[in-house]
Design a protein around this ligand. Structure first.
Ligand code: KG4
Ligand code: ZN
Length: 301
């Protein structure tokens, strides 16, 4: 086994540039593969299948890895497994935490979803309607002049803050964070201390997330809650989810920090699950940039 990484990092203060991400992936692919084989003491003779992230995501980055995987699969005559990026996050988190059948809070920069496995699919019980909570945190942190990613810095600031009012917005089981963003940026302009905004932002957003998670647990009668994605690192969020679970006699699980962000192992592991259970995609395209998580038939549970 190996866990080799080479992460594309945009220039300081900038977001992801798709074309740069593509060039990065092209440049490092062969080296990362060779390092992984060396570390795990394997050759291609030992490889049963080749998994790659087929979507969702930015097409230039997806197509680079897809082409690389297809080339390997043809060269070594190994079957190709198309993995859904979000399912990758869920499955590596289930493996490492040993959560069996949880309500899942998937909170990365790009995704906010409340998921649970029901009859063959990870169903979406709620999601962010506009921006994600991670997005909101990063935008407000950037305006505060904090380094990216904003989450850890905002969490540090929040320790010394007190509560100021921010608008809660839950629509059914869905969440809207854009009103909080506008309100928080207005408070910042008015000169409200950064600590207070940081504290209130965390309290408000995490209370919203805990509320919909609690309702999902109650409604579909699950006994576990699993939090994954970059935002899962936040201690205050962990505390709120833990308390909510205790009150419901449910068990709280949090993905280990090392595997909360994107990683190749999550794609490989999901590839193994899919391959062993005979999973087949119902489309022919190399990549599926808008692939929805609840379209993936789960054949391994
Ligand atoms: O899953 P992730 O590492 O990357 C992808 O989006 O794929 O998630 C990144 C998000 C960023 O918005 C970052 O600010 C947030 O996770 N984050 C945190 C913390 N650490 C990272 N948010 C709150 N508290 C943290 N300690
Ligand atoms: Zn991700």
């Amino acid at each position: 086994m190996a866990d080799e990484r080479s992460v594309y990092k945009p220039a300081l203060g900038k977001g992801i540039v798709p074309h740069e991400a593509r060039l990065h992936h092209e440049k490092i692919a062969e080296g990362v593969l060779q390092n992984a084989l060396k570390k795990s003491r394997l050759t291609f003779e030992d490889i049963d299948a080749i998994a790659y992230s087929c979507g969702p995501g930015l097409p230039p980055a997806l197509i680079t890895t897809a082409n690389f995987a297809i080339q390997l699969s043809e060269k070594y005559e190994a079957p190709l497994i198309k993995v859904h990026h979000g399912i990758g996050h869920v499955e590596i988190s289930r493996l490492l935490t040993k959560a069996k059948d949880p309500v899942i809070l998937f909170l990365s920069g790009g995704h906010n979803m409340i998921l649970a496995y029901v009859e063959g699919y990870y169903r979406v019980f709620g999601e962010a309607l506009d921006i994600t909570c991670g997005n909101l945190i990063d935008v407000v942190a950037r305006e505060m002049g904090l380094p990216m990613p904003g989450g850890p810095e905002l969490e540090r600031l929040a320790k010394n803050g007190k509560y100021v009012n921010l608008p809660i917005s839950i629509k059914g089981m869905d969440l809207s964070f854009s009103g909080i963003q506008t309100a928080a940026l207005n408070l910042l302009k008015k000169g409200v201390p950064r600590e207070d905004i940081a504290y209130s932002l965390q309290e408000t957003c995490f209370a919203m997330l805990a509320e919909v998670a609690e309702r999902a647990i109650a409604h579909i009668k699950k006994e576990e809650c699993l939090v994954t994605g970059g935002v899962a690192a936040n201690r205050r969020l962990r505390e709120m989810i833990t308390v909510m679970c205790e009150e419901r006699d449910a068990k709280a699980f949090f993905v280990p920090l090392e595997y909360s962000g994107d990683n190749g192992v999550m794609i490989a592991w999901t590839g193994i699950l899919a391959h062993k259970s005979g999973w087949k995609p119902d489309f022919k395209d190399k990549i599926n940039p808008r692939w929805r998580i609840d379209e993936v038939k789960i054949t391994w549970i």
